[in-house]
Structures are given as structure tokens and as C-alpha cells.
Design a protein around this ligand. Structure first.
Ligand SMILES: Nc1c(NC[C@H](O)[C@H](O)[C@H](O)CO)[nH]c(=O)[nH]c1=O
Ligand SMILES: CC(=O)[C@@H](O)COP(=O)(O)O
Length: 190
């Protein structure tokens, strides 16, 4: 379904888990900041509306969407968060640079989702015109930042439930004697 057939800000609050105990990182690109600020506001308000305390939201800025990858990686490495939202707006210019930035960010954020245990939510507009970006950052098509925040809450909940399930299964196996605990000193990567 294309965005034109769905308002990005629409969501069913009854389907959103309780997010009061979750912590969220938001990395915001400064390129097209008139758009990325609108996306951030949509995400921030959606988190607050779903009981996320303001002190559980960490915001970092980066120069452009390509830097969202490194910013999100360092956020994951250094901050205690349950999900990260990356916010950017890439608009087609005269050259092929648009293609490479969009592909690079998409692949980079995908890689972080594969390589780390914390969900990273892709809130990057890749539009042909500024008007398309305006329409999707609080305009006629709603706010992709809102959509991203709800996705972040749902994915943080899925991660939390999966972790609990794994711990429960592990304890059961230990209790049944099916597992032996081997004490080894933690080896940190150089
Ligand atoms: N043209 C846009 C850019 N370009 C800048 C890159 O994202 C990057 O900062 C630069 O190549 C240095 O590494 N960034 C956007 O976010 N949006 C654009 O429309
Ligand atoms: C996505 C970009 O980097 C692009 O907006 C830059 O514009 P141009 O392709 O005209 O250099």
C-alpha cells in the first residue's frame, strides 16, 4: 500500500505495548532540518503519548543521513537503549548522489539490525521533491516519525519478550540438568 493510501500517523493505541520502562535513542540528520525536525517531533510526541518518560529519550544529531549509520552504531555501543530510531530526509538532486546515499543508509541500518541485538528503526524519507517530504513529516500524509516511534515500541517489546522467553527456557534446562554452566572469564574484544 502506498503512503498516499495510508496516513502515516494513524495507529491503534490498543495495539501498542506499555512503553513506560523502555529507553529510546533517536539519531537525527541535520540535512533538510525543516523536515527532520518535523519527523523528530512526530516521533517524540508518539513516545510521550505512549508513556515513555522524557528522561528515557536520548537525542543525538549528525550532519547528514549517511552519518546516521555511525551515529546509531555509537548510540548502540554506549547508551542503554531498547531501540534506536534514525531520522533523515534525502531528496533527489541533479546527480546520482541521491541513489548512493539512500542505498548506503538503507544497507547500513539493515546491517546494524543484523549485527546487533537492539532494533534500529528506519525513519529516512527518500523523496523526489521537498513537497513529498513536507507531506510525510506532518503534512497531508501524516508523520513518518510517528510511525517510526510506534514501530520502535513494538520492536522493543518483541525483543524484551524474546529475551524473557530465552531466559526461562535456559533456567528450565539448567533445572533439568540438561545444561552445565562453564565458568569462563569474559573476554572483551581489543
Ligand atoms: N543530499 C542529502 C544528503 N547528503 C549528505 C550525506 O548524507 C552525507 O552527510 C555526506 O555525503 C557526507 O558524508 N544528506 C541528507 O540527509 N539528505 C540529502 O538530501
Ligand atoms: C542526496 C544528495 O546528496 C543530493 O540532494 C545532492 O544534490 P545534487 O545531486 O544536486 O548534488
Amino acid at each position: 500500500m502506498a503512503t498516499v493510501n495510508k496516513n502515516l500517523s494513524d495507529y491503534n493505541k490498543n495495539e501498542v505495548p506499555d512503553a513506560k520502562d523502555f529507553r529510546f535513542g533517536i539519531v537525527v540528520a541535520e540535512w533538510n532540518e525543516n523536515i527532520t525536525e518535523g519527523l523528530f517531533n512526530g516521533a517524540y510526541q508518539a513516545l510521550i503519548e505512549n508513556q515513555v518518560p522524557v528522561q528515557h529519550i536520548i537525542r543525538w544529531n549528525v550532519p547528514g543521513s549517511f552519518e546516521l549509520i555511525y551515529g546509531a552504531k555509537k548510540m548502540l555501543q554506549t547508551q542503554n537503549v531498547d531501540a534506536v530510531i534514525v531520522i533523515g530526509c534525502v531528496i533527489q538532486g541533479e546527480t546520482k548522489h541521491f541513489d548512493f546515499v539512500c542505498e548506503g543508509v538503507t544497507q547500513g541500518i539493515k546491517d546494524l539490525n543484523v549485527q546487533t541485538d537492539i532494533p534500529v528503526i528506519f525513519c529516512v524519507l527518500t523523496d523526489n521533491t521537498m513537497q513529498q517530504s513536507i507531506d510525510r513529516s506532518g503534512g497531508i500524509h501524516g508523520n513518518k516519525g510517528t510511525e517510526a516511534a510506534i514501530a520502535a515500541i513494538k520492536m522493543a517489546y518483541i525483543r524484551h519478550q524474546a529475551t524473557l522467553t530465552h531466559q526461562f527456557q535456559h533456567q528450565n534446562l539448567l533445572g533439568a540438568g540438561a545444561l552445565q554452566i562453564e565458568e569462563k572469564p569474559l573476554q572483551l574484544e581489543e
